[in-house]
Design a binder for this molecule. Sequence first.
Ligand code: PMP
Length: 327
Amino acid sequence: MLIGSVANVIGDTPLIKIESLSKKTGCEIYGKAEFLNPGGSVKDRAALGIIEAAEKSGQLKPGFTIIEGTAGNTGIGLATIAAQKGYRCVIVMPNNQASEKYVTLNALGVELITVDPCPFANEKHFYHTAHRVSLERENMFWANQFENLANFEAHYQNTGPEIWKQTEGQIDAFISAVGTGGTLGGVSKYLKEKKPNVHIRLVDPYGSGLYSYFKTGLMVSTGTSITEGIGIMRLTANFKKAIIDEAVQVHDQEMISMLYHLAKFDGLLVGPSAALNVYAAYQYALENKNKGLKIVTVLCDSALRYQSKLFNPAFLKEKSLHPESIY
Ligand code: PMP
């Protein structure tokens, strides 16, 4: 089969059975292998959906520059497609993310603007900076992944149906963290339409406000996390689409233990948000031990994107994290 371009190989990712955890819990735990997308993450789907919708509506025209504020993965997704389609890209990122992401974006030829990490209310936040630069320059298209529902649509039209087909409609639970809410919004809406009693669970890192919002209606955060690309302190248009039955919080140590477990016992090198997702899926399986439930989560990106942090003993030590397995 001949494949035309990078955009044509986004999505249709395999669903990998995580054998070690399935055996241990008497359930079937699956991870959607989003790290196999050409830009290396689940955000390739949103990037493609946003670019194609903007081309169709006329907001993005030949010769335009795409701009976005991002923790990195959406920037990499946009840049891979932009390179192939002939658009330029300006990417605004906080300056505390894994160095691998900046190196990758430079290789893809983007103009990189880095800002100090700060609360959303601060006008220097990467989100507001991207918006401002999009207004200051000519012929810019601001992707706005947080509020642009083409992000939700990409998951509603593709990720959700793929999971439904791959599990032959036998799925019992779907579990995901939230960055913009595109993944959880799109997949939960599709699955609930197909099977109203499917269990949808949000997993939040510490430092994010969504867990408390689900439990109390108030957006409050406690603690911090080394995870990247997930956790927010506001309601986004994409997150508002999500239909959620339960929310849980997972500590960084539990996440790191799962990350090392998956590497050593399943040959899976996944990034921090994926390890957080799998930990929550494992917890759900333990709550339903030996019931044979089919539980699906998302392997958002690869550990290789964070090598300089995850496989760096000095970094882990500084964060008081131990690279030990979960059991
Ligand atoms: N994991 C990683 C590593 C990400 O970069 C993102 C997106 N920022 C997510 C998970 C969450 O995806 P979504 O934006 O669809 O909520």
